[in-house]
Design a protein around this ligand. Structure first.
Ligand code: ADP
Length: 262
């Protein structure tokens, strides 16, 4: 039946037989599709009113000579609308990646060039924190993949390291070839994360320290975006961390995804 969706499992049955179990997941996947559409539509619809609010905020005649309360209100409204805008952008990115049917073997990504852009953005984000951020990237590394998605995964991981490492920290970013493929990793000497949080970090809106993460301005969707990007590229996020010592976020792109310059 083409209108039904099934999930299959094959198990050994005795010595000579296999048992095929088919589970009808039509309803579950319909609901999942509805949820995705709903999130995508709501995010899209929220964009316009926010742009309008932001536009008016920019032209309101409030400056350093204005009433201090008005200045404070203005600052808070501006920062909260910006937070909402970045949350909506992240929700849209996530919806786009979830719906992405772009084939990974159709595009070749020049890894050093892509990471050079991530590095520039990280350095500008780093102005207040003054970390030492060092990139170690193999030259001539080309992979099959969707560039916008991979860049977004890498920048989320690098920006998190910048946010969650106390000022003056050390952050090393690697993308190097190894036996199994090409490994990307971000190693920081920041706050670290308690073990019991590790396997929930990629859930939407999951945060270890809600109040503080919110202050850093993140949407709580970063690692969820990373997870989806990596699953689209047949990979997965590995996290290891020690509280107070730092964290390592890494993934490997399989040898099959490594290629030559086209
Ligand atoms: P957020 O927008 O809150 O940063 P993410 O999905 O990117 O959302 O990250 C989820 C949570 O994981 C963060 O709120 C933070 O608690 C934790 N986290 C992520 N990266 C790091 C890191 N490098 N060091 C310590 N904690 C981290």
């Amino acid at each position: 039946n083409p209108n039904k969706t099934f999930e299959y499992r094959i198990m050994p049955y005795g010595d000579e037989h296999l048992l095929l179990i088919a589970r009808d997941i039509t309803r579950v996947s319909q609901l999942e599709e509805m949820r995705k559409d709903f999130v995508a539509n709501v995010s899209h619809e929220l964009r316009t009113p926010l742009t309008v609010i932001n536009g008016y905020l920019e032209i309101l005649p409030i400056d350093e000579d204005s009433d201090p309360f008005m200045q404070k209100a203005m600052k808070e409204m501006t920062s909260q609308t910006q937070r909402m805008q970045s949350l909506i952008e992240d929700l849209l990115v996530l919806s786009r990646i979830e719906a992405s049917s772009e084939r990974i073997y159709e595009n070749v990504v020049n890894v050093p060039v892509m990471l050079a852009q991530v590095e520039r953005e990280a350095q500008s984000l780093n102005k207040e924190k003054n970390h030492t951020i060092t990139f170690h990237v193999d030259e001539d590394l080309y992979v099959f993949g969707v560039e916008t998605e991979l860049r977004s995964a890498c920048s989320n991981l690098v920006f998190n390291a910048v946010h969650y490492t106390p000022a003056g920290g050390e952050i090393n970013v690697y993308w190097q070839r190894e036996v199994n493929g090409a490994q990307f990793s971000v190693v920081d000497n920041g706050d670290g994360i308690e073990q019991n949080h590790l396997n929930r970090l990629t859930e939407r809106f999951y945060r270890v320290d809600k109040a503080r993460s919110r202050k850093t301005g993140g949407s709580g969707l970063g690692l969820s975006i990373v997870k989806h990007v990596l699953s689209h590229h047949n990979s997965r996020l590995e996290i290891s961390s020690t509280l107070g010592e730092g964290s390592t976020f890494s993934f490997v792109l399989d040898n099959e995804l490594i290629t030559e310059k086209l």
